[in-house]
Design a protein around this ligand. Structure first.
Ligand code: ADP
Ligand code: MG
Length: 697
C-alpha cells in the first residue's frame, strides 16, 4: 500500500481510533505530523554497577535479586511501596510511588536489571521508582540511543517508537513519500543532509554524530520556513496608512500626573514613541522589549487610554487567564481612581455561554470600549465595533500567526482597517538576533528598572542545601512573606529524575510545620482552578506555592520574596531570569535560590551568570557565549523561544545563515513559481493552511 504524508495515522499498523485520539492530544494527526513529532530527549542505558559502588544522586543500573517482601506506607495521597534487592556486593532499598501492584509483581528471589535514581543516606542506598528490565530487555537496549517523546497519559514510548519506525521504513522503500524540501544548492552550500536521513537521524540516531547532522538540517529548515513567513508579514505590514488617527488628550496627561510615581526616563521615551505612532501618519507596529519588572503594563494602559479617549476601542490579550484577570483588575483600579473613560470587560474561556453572548453583543455595539482577555479575543465570534489598538502582552507566549490574526480580527471584513499593533515582551534578545527575528516590527527598549527597587539576592546551591533552603522559606513565611518553588515536571514519571510538583508538594508538607499553607499549581489544571489558586496566593491564603513554570509569565505578587527553582540546570538562563522576576516586586528584600541538581562544571558556570547579574540583556548575551553547539542532550535550553527543534541561542550562527539565504531566495519576487522551490513553497503553504505556528518573539 502506498503511504502519503497527508494520510491519517490510523492507516498505520497498530493505531486504532483510541490511540489516534491520544496522538491527537499531542498534535499528531497525519503521517507528516508524526514524522515531525521530534523526541524531547534520548536515553542511553547505563552499564551495570555494583551496589557497593553506587553514587548518591546518580542514575544507575543494578543487576539485583529481590530479597524481601513488599511493605507499604501512606503519605498523604501517595502510597509508597518498599522492597530490598541485593547483589554480591551489598543490599539496597527500592521505593515505588503509587504503584500498589508492585506487591504482587515483585517475587522474592527474582532477578532484575533495576534502573533508577539512587539516593544515599549514611551507608544505605535507595533506588527510587526503578524500572524493572528482564536480562533480555537490558541486552537489547545496551549501547543504543533511544528516542524519548513527550507523552500524554495512556500513550507509551513503545507505541510512538513503533509508529515512527513504520513510517521511516516505508519512506526508505517508497521514494516519493518524502520529497526533498530544500533545493540542492542550499544543501550543498550549508553542508546539510537530505530529508530522509535527517528524519531517521532525529528519531533513531545510531550515534551522536548522526543526531547532530540531523538536528542541524532540521533546525536550518525550521528557521528558513519561519523567516520566509516573517518576510511575508513584513511586506504586508510596511507603511500602512493610519486609519485610526488620534489626537493627544487631557486624559493621558491627567493620568500621568495622578500616578504615585514618575515614569522612568526609558518609559517616558517609549511612551513618546508610542504616542507619535498613534497620532502619526502610519499604523503602529511596535514591539516593546523590557526586562521583567521594568513597568510595561503602565505603557499599555496609557496607549489604551489614548485610543479610548479618542472614541475607539482598545484590546489587550494575555497568554493566561491568571494574567488577563490581573490586568483587568489593574485597569479597573485605574478607571475608578482616575475617573478614566474606560468601560472594560474581561473575556476568557471560563465565561459561561450566556456571559459570552452578552459580552460579544456589547463589544459589537461599542458599549464596552476596553476588552481584556486571553486568546478568546481572537475567536471567530467576536466582532469589534471600532477596534483601533491591539496589545499583546508576553508576546513570546503567543505564536507569530496568532499575533497576525489578532490584528486581522480588528479589521473584520475590511482589510484596510488594520488596527495599531503593540506587542510587549520580556525576552531579552541580543540585538544581532533581534534584527532578524523581529523583522516586521519597530522595536522600543526599556532598559532601566524603576528607582528604589531592592536588588534580589541570589544563590546557587547543590541539593544538599535543600533542607536549609526550606528552613529559610519557613522563616520568611513566619515573617509574613510568601514563596514560590518551581519544579520542571508535573508528576512522577518513569523516565525522569527531575523534581515534580505533585511529589514535591507532599514532601514539603511533611517537612514543614502544618501551620504553613502549601499548595500546588500546574499546567494540567483547569483554568478556573488555576485562577482560584493564584487568587488565593495573591490574597495571602497560600504561603508556599509549588508550581511548574506556568507562573513564569507576568504575575505580580509583591508580597512574595523567595523564588526557589529546583533543577535549575535544566532551564535556559533567560527563562530562569523570568522566573526570578516574579519576586523583588515589593518593598521587602527578595531572594532567589537556584538549586543545581547536576555536578557538571558547565551547569555551574551558566548558573553563576545569574548569581552575579540581574540584567536580562547581559544574561542573554552570556547565554549565547556560553552555549556552544553540540549540547544535544537534556531539556531544551532556551525554553522561551520554542522552535520545535532549532534554538535561537544555540543555533545562532545558523539563524544568521538562514536569514542570508532567505534574502537570496526572496530577491526573486517570483520565487514561489520556480520549479526548484516547489516543495519549499508547498511546505510553507501547508504550514499556513494547517495553522502551524511559530514561536512568538
Ligand atoms: P513588567 O514590565 O514586568 O510587566 P509591571 O508593568 O508589572 O512590569 O510593573 C511592575 C511594578 O512596577 C508594578 O507594580 C508597577 O506599578 C510598578 N511601576 C511601573 N513603573 C514604575 C515607575 N516608573 N516607578 C515605580 N514603580 C513603577
Ligand atoms: Mg508584565
Amino acid at each position: 500500500m502506498e503511504l502519503c504524508l497527508e494520510d491519517k495515522i490510523t492507516v498505520l499498523k497498530g493505531i486504532g481510533d483510541k490511540t489516534a485520539a491520544l496522538f491527537r492530544r499531542m498534535g499528531v494527526e497525519t503521517v507528516e505530523e508524526l514524522l515531525r513529532f521530534y523526541p524531547r530527549d534520548y536515553d542511553r542505558i547505563e552499564e551495570v554497577s555494583r551496589i557497593a559502588e553506587l553514587k548518591d544522586n546518580s542514575r544507575a543500573v543494578v543487576r539485583g535479586t529481590i530479597c524481601s517482601g513488599v511493605s507499604e506506607r501512606k503519605a498523604g495521597r501517595l502510597t509508597i511501596s518498599f522492597a530490598q534487592a541485593a547483589d554480591e556486593s551489598g543490599k539496597m532499598q527500592l521505593s515505588f510511588f503509587n504503584m500498589p501492584y508492585m506487591k504482587k509483581m515483585l517475587k522474592k528471589g527474582a532477578v532484575y536489571y533495576l534502573r533508577g535514581k539512587v539516593h544515599q543516606r549514611g551507608n544505605s542506598f535507595t533506588m527510587e521508582q526503578p524500572v524493572l528490565l528482564s536480562p533480555a530487555e537490558y541486552e537489547k537496549q545496551r549501547g543504543k540511543l533511544l528516542p524519548v517523546y513527550p507523552l500524554t497519559t495512556g500513550l507509551s514510548q513503545k507505541t510512538v517508537r513503533k509508529a515512527v519506525t513504520q513510517v521511516l521504513e516505508a519512506a526508505g522503500k517508497q521514494k516519493n513519500l518524502l520529497p526533498e524540501v530544500l533545493p540542492a544548492w542550499i544543501l550543498a552550500e550549508q553542508k546539510l543532509c537530505g530529508v530522509l536521513e535527517a528524519l531517521s537521524g532525529i528519531h533513531f540516531p545510531d550515534k551522536q554524530e548522526e543526531l547532530i547532522q540531523a538536528k542541524k538540517r532540521l533546525a536550518f529548515e525550521e528557521f528558513l520556513v519561519f523567516l520566509l513567513l516573517v518576510r511575508k508579514m513584513k511586506d504586508s505590514a510596511q507603511a500602512v496608512p493610519n486609519r485610526f488617527p488620534m489626537l493627544e488628550t487631557a486624559d493621558t496627561r491627567r493620568f500621568l500626573e495622578g500616578l504615585p510615581f514618575r515614569l522612568t526616563e526609558d518609559q517616558a521615551s517609549v511612551w513618546q514613541e508610542i504616542s507619535a505612532d498613534l497620532t502619526g501618519e502610519y499604523t503602529m507596529n511596535r514591539l516593546i522589549q523590557g526586562d521583567v519588572g521594568s513597568g510595561k503594563t503602565i505603557l499599555a494602559a496609557l496607549a489604551l487610554l489614548l485610543a479610548v479617549s479618542n472614541g475607539y476601542q482598545g484590546a489587550m490579550m494575555a497568554p493566561t487567564e491568571v494574567l488577563a484577570l490581573q490586568h483587568f483588575q489593574t485597569l479597573n483600579g485605574y478607571t475608578d481612581k482616575y475617573h478614566l473613560p474606560f468601560r472594560p470587560v474581561l473575556l476568557t474561556g471560563s465565561l459561561s455561554a450566556k456571559e459570552k453572548r452578552e459580552a460579544y453583543e456589547r463589544i459589537e455595539n461599542g458599549s464596552y470600549n476596553l476588552i481584556i482577555g486571553t486568546h478568546a479575543l481572537i475567536q471567530e465570534k467576536v466582532t469589534y465595533h471600532n477596534l483601533a489598538l491591539v496589545i499583546t502582552d508576553e508576546q513570546h507566549r503567543f505564536g507569530v500567526r496568532q499575533r497576525e490574526s489578532f490584528s486581522r480580527k480588528g479589521a473584520g471584513e475590511d482589510d484596510s482597517l488594520i488596527p495599531h499593533v503593540m506587542v510587549m515582551s520580556a525576552t531579552p534578545i541580543p540585538r544581532t538576533l533581534a534584527m532578524i527575528l523581529y523583522g516586521d516590527l519597530h522595536v522600543s527598549v526599556i532598559k532601566q528598572l524603576p528607582a528604589g527597587r531592592q536588588s534580589i539576592k541570589n544563590c546557587v546551591v547543590g541539593t544538599d542545601w535543600r533542607e536549609r533552603s526550606w528552613k529559610f522559606i519557613e522563616k520568611e513565611v513566619q515573617a509574613g512573606r510568601q514563596s514560590f518553588v518551581v519544579c520542571p515536571m508535573i508528576e512522577p514519571s518513569e523516565e525522569s529524575d527531575l523534581e515534580n510538583v505533585e511529589e514535591y508538594t507532599e514532601k514539603l508538607r511533611m517537612a514543614l510545620p502544618d501551620t504553613l499553607h502549601i499548595d500546588m499549581l500546574h499546567g494540567k489544571m483547569k483554568p478556573a482552578e488555576k485562577n482560584r489558586l493564584m487568587d488565593a496566593f495573591e490574597r495571602g491564603m497560600i504561603d508556599i506555592l509549588v508550581s511548574t513554570t506556568v507562573i513564569e509569565v507576568g504575575v505580580n505578587i509583591p508580597n512574595a520574596t523567595v523564588m526557589m527553582i529546583e533543577n535549575a540546570e535544566r532551564f535556559g538562563l533567560a527563562q530562569l531570569h523570568q522566573l526570578r522576576g516574579r519576586v523583588g516586586r515589593g518593598d521587602h528584600q527578595s531572594y532567589c535560590i537556584f538549586m543545581n541538581g547536576s555536578d557538571s562544571d558547565k551547569a555551574k558556570e551558566r548558573l553563576e551568570v545569574l548569581n552575579h547579574s540581574n540584567d536580562g540583556f547581559y544574561i542573554a548575551e552570556q547565554d549565547l557565549k556560553l552555549r556552544g553547539p553540540g549540547d544535544m542532550f537534556g531539556v531544551r535550553q532556551s525554553g522561551i523561544l520554542n522552535f520545535k527543534i532549532a534554538d535561537i541561542y544555540q543555533d545562532a550562527d545558523m539563524l544568521m545563515s538562514a536569514d542570508k539565504i532567505c534574502g537570496r531566495i526572496t530577491a526573486d519576487t517570483d520565487w514561489q513559481e520556480r520549479e526548484e522551490y516547489r516543495e519549499l513553497s508547498l511546505l510553507l503553504f501547508r504550514s499556513v493552511r494547517n495553522n502551524i505556528d511559530f514561536p512568538g518573539i
